[in-house]
Write a protein that binds this ligand. Structure first.
Ligand SMILES: [Zn+2]
Length: 65
């Protein structure tokens, strides 16, 4: 079993890069049982989506000009 600390590291990596199938399974399983890590993961995902959107918006406006 992974600890919450390990899961939070995994969660932040999962948002930035591809993680393995086994790690995804461990992450998902832990998130189902642990509210704290679920909140952390959700926040991380939102943050990385905002960052991605920001990059896209920037690139998009760059093309238009
Ligand atoms: Zn946890």
């Amino acid at each position: 079993m992974k600890t919450c600390q390990e899961i939070s590291q995994l969660a932040s990596r999962a948002c930035d890069e591809k993680i393995g199938l086994l790690q995804t399974a461990e992450l998902t399983l832990h998130l189902m049982m642990c509210q704290n890590c679920r909140n952390f993961y959700e926040n991380n995902k939102k943050l990385s989506e905002i960052l991605k959107e920001h990059k896209n918006t920037h690139r998009h406006s760059h093309i238009e000009h």
